[in-house]
Design a protein around this ligand. Sequence first.
Ligand SMILES: C[S@@+](CC[C@H](N)C(=O)[O-])C[C@H]1O[C@@H](n2cnc3c(N)ncnc32)[C@H](O)[C@@H]1O
Length: 246
Amino acid sequence: MARAGAARVHGVDSGAASVAWATAHYASRNGDGPVTVARGDFARMSTDELLATAPTPLPGRLVVTSNPPYVPLIPEADALRRSISGGTDGLKWAPAIIGHGRALGSDLGLTIGSYSTPRTAVRLLEDAGYRVHAVTLCPLPLGDFTLSHMERVLALEEAGEAVLWRAGREVPAYFIVGLASRWVGDGTDIDAPAGRLTGDGLLELLRTAARSRTPRLETLDGPRPDGWTGPLRVLDLPPATVRHHW
Ligand SMILES: C[S@@+](CC[C@H](N)C(=O)[O-])C[C@H]1O[C@@H](n2cnc3c(N)ncnc32)[C@H](O)[C@@H]1O
């Protein structure tokens, strides 16, 4: 984010190993530079308490982003892998994160999976005063833990609330879904020239992507659902061996 132009970046994670790794790899060397990382629990701490974990005051106008645990899991599996578990619908953490963005009146970047009840995610954002502005999709194989605990993912797929990428694949994959949302506040709406991406529209977008045969997600080049014409990116992640996750 700093390389993309953010003047100041502060990261918060509740896991000691995550904070140690991110600090070693990304924090500014002198500890009070533009990039800092601290331990904090966004579900238990107030927005002011989270801001206070930064070693130097953060600027007034902020953007909140989060890549929280988002895999829908039954409670027994949830307890086994807290760093990826998003509760039974994959959105366990979303209300807390959206609440912090709302408290700050900030634009918000939230990551979910295409199986994490995307329709509900858009509704939570809209109810809180956000409108989805841009979407980033990134195809990814399902992880081993998810593959061995598929009860909730399959139940949500069956109910039409989750999208897996199965086209021509032996093992299904999913899409990481980045939702960049603009804060429009209570009541006032923006008359976006790109139209409005609804929850139904996002589900349709994901179903369209899931008909693709290649990670370029070529089916997205046709007309968009709901006439939404906002920014849509497709990304390839580096291989798992160079990604770090606890
Ligand atoms: C999917 S990983 C993302 C890790 C890293 N931020 C990234 O984007 O690569 C989810 C992270 O959320 C952290 N986490 C889970 N619950 C949290 C909470 N209540 N407060 C702060 N961090 C939390 C976990 O420790 C884990 O590192």
